[in-house]
Design a protein around this ligand. Structure first.
Ligand code: PGA
Length: 253
């Protein structure tokens, strides 16, 4: 049985005082919640402060990105060692905004994935097609290529720790969610590739989150689908009340 995982991706939002308020609020709302793995992804600047607040809670800490070298002359980058050192357990890799605005490729994401795994971070690898690609009937093909390239060279032992996030680009921040059946179709396709790469048992244990305008009102319908194992939440994670309600709605009924 896969334990659902819900992530709150704050993107480039919240100063330290704002982040502290949000976390205090979240801690109270989520303290009794069981059966869902919870992680938040604040901006780098707030990680240290928040790590102190999350100690001993059921909320894990993650970063929104990292570089694949441990240290060195890479101005402006953050390494997996630094994330580990600040108490991160998770890292988002290849978010569509990283791919779209900052030119991240599947090959780069693959490098990042290898290092994240070697530093014992739980990577959330994002994939998803653009609207243009979906309209041309290419959604499945695009996502299949992303999955295969991002997981290139990742053995079964490591793949077990990987979380995939299927986030159709046309649904991110637009208020337009994929219908549960559109999402399930892609999730099922992703699991088929995982089965091909890693065999039945392992493929059945890897979590695949859905992301793209997830809200309290649509999470339960999404979670009714067999292959949807939680959500990566952007906009709705900025508010503690709506994020907490999405987390609660992600429990398997
Ligand atoms: P959204 O973002 O929930 O605001 O659509 C999702 C994401 O980017 O992970």
């Amino acid at each position: 049985m896969r334990i659902p995982i819900v992530g709150g991706n704050w993107k480039m939002n919240k100063t330290i005082p704002e982040a502290v308020n949000a976390v205090e609020d979240l801690k109270t709302r989520l303290e009794d919640v069981e059966g869902v793995e919870i992680a938040i992804f604040p901006p780098f600047t707030a990680l240290k402060m928040i790590q102190g607040l999350l100690n001993g809670t059921n909320i894990g800490l993650g970063a929104q990105n990292m570089y694949y070298e441990e240290r060195g002359a890479y101005t402006g980058e953050i390494s997996p060692l630094m994330l580990q050192n600040v108490g991160c357990r998770y890292v988002v890799l290849g978010h569509s905004e990283r791919r779209g605005y900052f030119g991240e490729t599947n090959e780069l994401i693959n490098e990042k994935l290898k290092t994240a795994l070697s530093f014992e971070l739980t990577p959330i690898v994002c994939v998803g097609e653009k609207l243009k690609e979906r309209k041309k009937g290419k959604a499945t093909e695009v996502v299949n290529i992303q999955i295969r390239k991002c997981l290139q060279g990742i053995g079964a032992k490591e793949a077990e720790r990987v979380v995939i996030a299927y986030e159709p680009v046309w649904a991110i921040g637009t208020g337009e969610t994929a219908t549960p059946s559109q999402a399930e179709e892609m999730h099922r396709g992703i699991r088929r590739i995982l089965r091909e790469l890693y065999g039945e048992e392992l493929a059945n244990s890897i979590r695949i989150q859905y992301g793209g305008s997830v809200k309290p009102k649509n999470i339960e319908d999404l979670m009714r689908e067999e292959d949807i194992d939680g959500a990566l939440v952007g906009g709705a994670s900025l508010n503690a009340e709506s994020f907490a309600s999405i987390v609660k709605g992600s429990r398997r009924l």
